[in-house]
Design a protein around this ligand. Structure first.
Ligand code: PEP
Ligand code: MG
Length: 567
């Protein structure tokens, strides 16, 4: 049995499909029969064109014209006579087709990426994409489309990037196993949203599993069995039934208010990545959306989504929520969330680098497109704007100033928006926590992002398995930080919510009740279990436990106390 981290609860058994992204390996050989090598290249181009046209047609139907045109643009680029001549020229001088394609694409990528113009830079990304797909055809590397894997598939990958995960059809995926990632990595968050069992951080799993092998996945305990015996399969199926029964037992909480045992009402919202996910929040009985991670909108595209495209997406979420609150976070790019067409430079420390509000304020024009789309969409529901990775008062002031300017523009143009739209701060850095009192004077609301708050407070990369033992919201430093933020927000009379994964943590919830958290935003699938846990605790009981927890010195002691008091 292989051990990893349980990234998404549940049990699944299925056949492995290995997902390998990136340039396939090839051996560069010297060619004497250049004529047949050129024919091999031309055949590959033909296959490329057929496949790409097929993808573009499917895209046109599913996503719309714009994305289809980008793919058709790839066909045009590869058919460009200059590019074709360069590749054939290299083959004529004795290079194999793979080496010729690889180095000519390299040449174009270098050329395009040096130009200081976004559109031209984007072409470098396009050529990179063309290269991988063409090399896959030449080397016979299977090209896996995640959205087309057969039913009963267990996806096995180094890591699942958010854009890869976005293509998953949940009915067909019985489980996910990866070599990298932790509980709060984006692949884990998405797996939970899709309710697919996932085991992450399984060392060397790619070298042990090949396509078609049967895998049993236990996302609760973080276990994975390769080629399980019949008894093991039966055992997993039983566990799955019990797990699903327990889940069904939570149905009594559907339609109920979210209240503590002594009747204090709190808000219980859902986190989403795409507008359509709001439907899962509604069917999961969430009372609003506490976090719309807009970066998925940007990742799912091949270029910056226009104001119109963004407006439609935000409006759609607001309409699905039908008047209930929808907190939309502005672009949180960087860290583990790469958006290739933005052409961000590789950084030594991406989590400490040019990301989120830092990137947005440095690219004011594209940030204004998003803010304008958000303002326009606010005419269609209760939309609130949330700013990620804030470390100082000047950042929130600047965002509010931009929002103010855009409001004036919209007024002049006679375009409707909510004049009282709230702008809140995502509290996820130690700096924000330490100046929570100052930020509370500027922000309309707080939402604690415990995934990052834990990462930055503990100085631990949230996806690094080697230091995962330090990554815990039960650590006294993280507990104190959360308490400080909640108290500062409450003192200033603003709403304090939590949209990090800790908001759904059964063990932690009594402490959050005691600290005075007003809003919990969790994955749609955790709404009912969170409501159930909240209903079991009175403020007095929660206070007693919090007092004991805060008197402890280590994470281990806190964890043991919380486990001993679970209801
Ligand atoms: C967080 O940091 O807690 C959070 C909710 O945001 P993300 O996981 O997208 O960084
Ligand atoms: Mg965050």
């Amino acid at each position: 049995m292989l051990k990893g981290i349980g990234g998404s609860a549940g049990y699944g058994v299925g056949r492995a499909v290995i997902i390998s992204e990136g340039k396939p390996e090839y051996v560069s050989v010297e060619i004497t029969d250049t004529e047949s090598e050129i024919k091999r290249f031309e055949d590959a181009v033909r296959v490329f064109v057929e496949k790409t046209q097929g993808m573009a047609d499917a895209m046109r139907e599913r996503v719309g014209e714009h994305n289809a045109e980008i793919l058709e643009g790839h066909i045009l680029m590869l058919s460009d006579p200059f590019m074709q001549d360069e590749i054939k020229g290299m083959i004529n001088s004795g290079n194999c087709a793979e080496a010729a394609v690889d180095s000519v694409c390299d040449m174009f990528i270098t050329m395009f990426s040096q130009v200081d113009d976004e559109l031209t830079k984007q072409r470098a990304t396009d050529i990179g994409d063309i290269r991988v797909r063409l090399l896959k055809i030449l080397t016979g590397t299977p090209d896996i489309n995640i959205s087309e894997v057969p039913a009963g598939t267990v996806l096995v990958a180094k890591d699942l990037t958010p854009s890869m995960t976005a293509g998953i059809v949940k009915e067909n995926v019985a489980g996910i196993v990866t070599e990298l990632g932790g509980k709060t990595s984006h692949s884990a968050i998405l797996a939970r949203a899709l309710e697919i069992p996932a085991v992450l951080s399984v060392d060397n799993v790619l070298s042990m599993v090949s396509d078609g092998m049967v895998l049993a996945v236990d996302g609760c305990e973080g276990n994975c069995i390769i080629e399980p015996s019949d008894e093991e399969i039966t055992e997993y199926q039983k566990k799955k039934e019990i797990y699903l029964e327990e889940k069904a037992g939570l149905k009594v909480f559907v339609g109920r208010e979210t209240v503590t045992a002594d009747g204090a009402k709190v808000h219980l919202y859902g986190n989403i990545g795409k507008p359509e996910d709001a439907e899962a929040v509604v069917s999961g009985d969430g009372e609003g959306v506490g976090l719309f991670r807009t970066e998925f909108l940007f990742m799912g595209a091949d270029s910056l989504p226009s104001e119109e495209q963004q407006f439609e997406a935000y409006k759609k979420a607001a309409e699905i929520m039908n008047g209930r609150e929808v907190i939309i976070r502005t672009l949180d790019v960087g860290g583990d969330k790469d958006i290739p067409y933005l052409g961000l430079e590789k950084e030594e420390n991406p989590f400490l680098g040019f990301r989120a509000v830092r990137y947005c304020l440095a690219n004011e024009e594209s940030y204004k497109v998003q803010l304008r789309a958000l303002l326009r969409a606010s005419a269609y529901g209760d939309i609130k704007i949330m700013v990620p990775l804030v470390t100082g008062v000047e950042e929130i002031r600047k965002v509010k100033q931009l929002v103010g300017e855009l409001k004036q523009e919209l007024d002049k143009a006679g375009i409707a928006y909510n004049k009282d739209i709230q702008v809140g701060v995502m509290m996820e850095t130690p700096a924000a926590s330490l100046i929570a009192d100052l930020l509370a004077g500027e922000a309309d609301f707080f939402s604690i992002g415990t995934n990052d708050l834990t990462q930055y407070t503990m100085a631990v990369d949230r996806g690094n398995a080697k230091v995962a033992y330090l990554y815990s919201a039960y650590h006294p430093a993280v507990l104190r930080s959360m308490k400080n933020i909640i108290e500062a927000g409450n003192k200033a009379g603003i709403m304090v919510g939590m949209c990090g994964e800790a908001a759904a943590d059964t063990l932690l919830i009594p402490l959050l009740i005691s600290f005075g958290l007003g809003e919990y935003s969790v994955s749609a699938s955790s709404v009912l279990s969170t409501r159930s846990t909240i209903s079991k605790w009175s403020k007095a009981e929660a206070d007693k436990l919090a007092e004991q927890a805060l008197a402890l010195s280590t994470e281990e002691e806190v964890a043991a106390l919380l486990k001993a008091n679970v209801k």
